[in-house]
Design a protein around this ligand. Structure first.
Ligand code: 13P
Ligand code: SF4
Length: 327
């Protein structure tokens, strides 16, 4: 038997994660999307939580929030189809006001983005005069427009420390904010938002996995509660988690995050055993191969951000992208 590793094509990776009965329909839809992308001079940007048919089958680029924002800004395509949630598509539109940005389902939201409004940020500023506001990108454009600088889960500590102050307001994820507070001496004023997917994991459940599966590595997203992060061997953004598993090749691993992450990486790393206590993000799962095809056929749903809001929000996003090591 040969020991030479066989390079998998994108279609092989999709098929590896799909029942054989569905392959015919899948192949047709993927082919239609690839043709439409050429006709429209479009690209598909896919977040790491997309299902394998999207992630491996039709995405031109995959990544975390930071990586996708950067790719949107650099793209020469006329049309960006955002396979992710609404705040991500809005960030792409803020950075690329002249491009057409489409999201296949307008209801693809986020519990963090829902947890805070622009008026809330103005009130916080009144309560903490002179304290800069650092805003996680999981927020609406209107909230970004009220803030000094944005961050993502992969650069939050660097962004907070870049300001050279001893106190910041950090919005809206209380768990990401608490995690940042453990990594810096800067005092963090928190907001009470949380991710409905990551807040459901518990430290107890992870301790049970450790007891049941000796040698297991636990890697977690910083939107998880502190007792979960205390149990983790590595904490990082979705791209950071994929990078860790790809580099370290643990024999058994649990990715404490959204379910599609393990599905996507497992297709590429057959030597790693993914143990799966995972939670589905109902918002991310609104994006399907079928509605991506419809988005390109009907050029819907176009994401709009009012010019004055986009101009102010862009300052906060570009400040983040300009910080050394984050761009
Ligand atoms: P990442 O930036 O780590 O991909 O996180 C985005 C997100 O929504 C995680 O729930
Ligand atoms: Fe928002 Fe959580 Fe879904 Fe990410 S996983 S999009 S933070 S609800």
């Amino acid at each position: 038997m040969s020991s030479i590793p066989i390079e998998l094509t994108p279609l092989d990776r999709v098929r590896a994660a799909t029942p054989e009965l569905e392959w015919g329909l899948l192949d047709d839809t993927i082919e239609a999307i690839q043709r439409l992308k050429v006709e429209r001079n479009a690209i598909v940007l896919a977040h790491n939580y997309m299902t394998p048919d999207i992630f491996h089958g039709v995405a031109d680029h995959q990544g975390d929030s930071l990586g996708l924002a950067r790719l949107a800004a650099e793209s020469t395509a006329d049309v960006i189809v955002f396979a992710g949630v609404h705040f991500m598509a809005e960030t792409a539109k803020i950075l690329c006001p002249d491009k057409t940005v489409l999201i296949p389902d307008l209801e693809a939201g986020c519990s963090l983005a829902e947890s805070i409004t622009a008026a809330d940020v103005r009130q916080l500023r009144e309560r903490h005069p002179g304290v800069p506001v650092v805003t996680y990108v999981n927020t609406s454009a209107a909230v970004k427009a009220e803030t000094d600088i944005c961050c993502t889960s992969s650069n939050a500590v660097a962004v907070v420390e870049s300001l050279g102050v001893d106190k910041v307001i950090f919005l809206p994820d209380r768990y990401l904010g608490s995690y940042v507070a453990t990594q810096t001496d800067v005092e963090i004023v928190l907001w009470d938002g949380s991710c409905e997917v990551h807040e459901r994991f518990t430290g107890d459940e992870l301790r049970q996995y450790r007891a049941e599966t000796p040698g297991i590595e636990i890697i977690a997203h910083p939107e998880c509660p502190p007792d979960v992060l205390d149990e983790a061997d590595f904490v990082g953004s979705t791209a950071g988690m994929i990078g860790y598993v790809t580099e370290h090749r643990p024999s058994k691993v649990v990715m404490v995050t959204e379910c599609s992450m393990s599905d996507n990486v497992a297709a590429e790393l057959p030597d790693v055993d993914f143990i799966r206590p995972c939670n589905l993000c109902p918002h991310m799962k609104r994006i399907t191969l079928t509605n991506i095809r419809t988005a390109l056929e009907k050029m819907r749903y176009e994401v709009h951000v009012a010019t004055d809001v986009a101009d102010r929000a862009r300052v906060a996003v570009e400040r983040m992208l300009a910080i050394s090591g984050t761009r």
